[in-house]
Design a protein around this ligand. Sequence first.
Ligand code: S3P
Length: 190
Amino acid sequence: MNDQRDTRPPTHLDRTIVLVGLMGAGKSCIGKRLAQALEVPFVDADTEIEKAAGLTIAEIFAKYGEPSFRDGERRVMARLLQGPPCVLAAGGGAFMDTETRALIKRGSVSIWLRADLDTLAGRTKGRSHRPLLNHGDPRETLAQLMEKRYPVYAEADVTVDTGPDNPNVTTTAALQALERHLGRPLATVS
Ligand code: S3P
């Protein structure tokens, strides 16, 4: 009789994990914890774009406009996705780009951190570094972005719901979902 158990030792990550989701979903917060658990580096795409440009995201938007920011984002994402396995927090708009999305689908595992409007509005409130939320009613903007982006985020390999829970609860849920997707346990550090 065939023994169906997987007796191989838990594996380390051989692919980059890309966290997608709207502003305030917790991509950086959960990403750092996931990276620590999986013993791989955590990389924040927004930080890498800022380093490459020598400007903050808000400055890039103000000086060159959103289309230039998106060009830079596409280039930086392509570079990061070619690098060694890591946990990569993508900016909220990155997965909306056809090229970037195709690259992610080709070689990485994507996790959508899905949050409701109250969670997103609460977590982004009073913070001024996100240019898209600095004009008009941020809650309304987030609602419009949810409508437009959620059907596309739903193409991610794995969806994890996140809300007011302790980040460790969401991180554990993400790890479990990842293991289900990969079909085998991952080596994690306690
Ligand atoms: C954006 C999200 C931001 C940042 C930029 C645009 C978006 O990143 O890339 O302000 O289009 O949703 P976070 O999702 O990390 O806040």
